[in-house]
Ligand binder design. Structure first.
Ligand code: JDH
Length: 227
């Protein structure tokens, strides 16, 4: 899979060279490029913003640099998925990550200011699958942090990115409930004991205990996840 991110802050994406995603890039399992939108401007000041038609506070990203960048980046056969992080998008879910993890080429259009001129997406609709996606119901300063989170969630589902494939198998069998609490050694730490049941080695009892913990936790903090 190839992932491109168009942004005025390519430095944000340096973190993708670390850890599992860094290894996956070295192993050519994924290719990642951060592309500076200002390289596609024509004026001496490398301007990417302008005031909005109709008035309102703040600035918008002007369409021309986006057009020049996307002319270069979108596959001519229409196989690219263009993802636009946006507070007005559909909510990003694990199912979204699963769907996107099967794509050959994804381009993230990372806006700043109050977002990007609508015509960029209206124009791109004929050249790519365009999806406005929101990381969650809160306001960020731009698309970069949202794109980073989405990239991590997508990339870790690609075969060969996660060292321990069993982790993904276990995840895919997970119930949609919150996780149960987990413990490692030592058995007693600062007077706090690991629950007896986990030290007993009765696997049926452990499974029942974990299930009960998942249900009670979900009831308490995420009742919307319960059937
Ligand atoms: C991309 C610019 C900043 C700030 C206007 C929005 C009133 C619009 N989950 C998510 N939250 N935020 C983003 C995100 C934010 C972005 C860009 C993604 C590009 N910004 C911005 C203010 C507004 N404002 C809220 N309304 C209630 C109007 C954009 C995001 C994602 N993914």
């Amino acid at each position: 899979m190839r992932i491109d991110a168009v942004t005025i802050f390519p430095e944000y994406f340096a973190a993708l060279d670390i850890s599992l995603l860094g290894k996956a890039q070295e192993n050519k399992v994924i290719e990642f490029n951060a592309i500076d939108l200002r390289n596609y401007t024509q004026d001496k000041h490398r301007t990417v913003d302008d005031s909005p038609y109709g008035g309102g506070a703040g600035m918008l990203m002007k369409p021309e640099p986006w057009g020049e960048a996307l002319d270069e980046l979108l596959n001519p056969d229409g196989s690219t998925v263009l993802i636009v992080p946006s507070p007005a998008g559909e909510l990003f879910k694990q199912a979204t990550a699963q769907d996107l993890s099967t794509k050959e080429h994804i381009v993230f259009a990372c806006g700043r200011y109050e977002g990007i001129d609508q015509r960029v997406f209206d124009w791109a609709k004929d050249k790519a699958e365009v999806r406005l996606i929101s990381l969650g119901d809160y306001v960020l300063n731009g698309g970069e942090v949202a794109a980073m989170a989405m990239i991590e969630a997508i990339a870790r589902l690609i075969p060969g990115v996660i060292g321990n494939a069993d982790s993904l198998v276990e995840e895919s069998h997970s119930s949609g409930l919150l996780e149960y609490p987990s413990y490692t050694k030592p058995a007693v730490w600062r007077d706090l004991e690991v629950p007896e049941v986990l030290r007993g080695g009765n696997h049926a009892e452990i499974a029942t205990w974990r299930q009960e913990q998942s249900v009670s936790r979900t009831k308490a903090v995420r009742p919307d996840l319960l059937p």
